[in-house]
Design a protein around this ligand. Structure first.
Ligand SMILES: Nc1ncnc2c1ncn2[C@@H]1O[C@H](COP(=O)(O)OP(=O)(O)OP(=O)(O)O)[C@@H](O)[C@H]1O
Length: 300
């Protein structure tokens, strides 16, 4: 596990930016999805150890950011939402400088900077002053500096903001390749559902500082799955049994029921109910809920 938060809260004066957040982030690409002001940037700043939580426990790469901020930051890559690039410095010089700050020796830093920038698809532009680069090119520099020191986990805060649709697609491909080419885990903050759906293996949805849903997108266990149940014969006796077991049931009156699973014991509960009623089973399978439905549900 790369990151674990338990009941983490952070307020700025009267503004509760992050409230009672409990989540775990494992390997792969995890989307941190939520509208503007949901607390994504604040959460990332707690992970980086740049802010201290008011309450709760955070563990990042097995360490507590409050105590081990510099150690954690050495092992993380970070692309903030807004860059603060020095306009007169060349892209390659800048990324090399950051690699040096991360502790790489001069020759390694130069090699790694050139390699990281090439990997993002930048060409001759790497020698141009940062102030002359387009938004798309700047975002590539942002990504290059986030991976230059070969971090274990890469945090990217709204890395596609300001990009046109084509540039956005290219950036999402690169983010996907942080996992496939570089073998690194990523937390991708975004307010765009389709973006997260396209590249992430899992998603945590935040709204007004709270976690409103966690969902796996890679076919793994999903908390909010629905089960499609087809039985032999009438279901009238079965439905109350399912409800008693705490399941939500729709489709009464037919032999096909949609059973909403609150957790992964639902399959067992369905089997028990079937056995109790002596009803035969024809089909039982998971129907993964689309992220769209989940987001809509989360947004109330
Ligand atoms: N330093 C701060 N001082 C006061 N309020 C803050 C500060 N940082 C964040 N906030 C407030 O905390 C809430 C969460 O903000 P945050 O930037 O974490 O959200 P976000 O999901 O990253 O949104 P965005 O994508 O718009 O940045 C907002 O209401 C914001 O105004």
């Amino acid at each position: 596990m790369q990151l674990r938060a338990e009941h983490v809260s952070k307020a700025f004066g009267p503004v509760a930016a992050v409230t009672d957040v409990t989540l775990t982030i494992g390997h792969g690409i995890t989307g941190l999805l939520g509208p503007n002001g949901a607390g994504k940037t604040t959460f990332l700043s707690l992970v980086l150890g740049l802010q201290r939580p008011d309450a709760g426990e955070l563990q990042v790469l097995g360490l507590r950011p409050e105590e081990a901020g510099p150690h954690i930051r050495a092992r993380l890559g970070y692309g903030p939402e807004h860059d603060a690039f020095p306009p007169d410095v060349g892209a390659e010089d800048f990324v090399r400088h950051l690699a040096r700050l991360h502790g790489l020796p001069p020759r390694d830093a130069a090699g790694r900077a050139a390699e990281a920038l090439r990997w993002t698809g930048l060409g001759e532009e790497v020698r141009r002053p940062l102030g002359t680069l387009s938004t798309g090119q700047r975002q590539r520099v942002m990504l290059a500096q986030a991976v230059v020191h070969d971090p274990e986990l890469v945090l990217l805060d709204e890395p596609t903001s300001g990009l046109d649709p084509l540039q956005r697609d290219e950036m999402l491909d690169l983010i996907r390749r942080v996992g496939t080419d570089l073998g690194r885990d990523v937390v991708l903050s975004s307010h765009l559902l389709h973006e997260v759906e396209r590249v992430a293996d899992g998603v945590v949805i935040l709204d007004e500082g709270r976690v409103v849903a966690e969902h796996r997108l890679d076919g793994g266990h999903a908390e909010h799955d629905e089960l499609l149940l087809e039985v032999e014969g009438p279901v009238d006796a079965l439905v109350p049994h399912l409800r008693e077991a705490g399941l939500r049931v729709t489709g009464e009156g037919s032999s096909r029921l949609l059973v909403t699973a609150a957790d992964d014991t639902a399959v067992d509960a369905v089997r028990d109910a079937l056995a109790d009623c002596g009803v035969g089973i024809r089909r039982l399978e998971r129907v993964p809920v689309g992220l769209q439905e989940l987001y809509a549900e989360a947004a109330g």
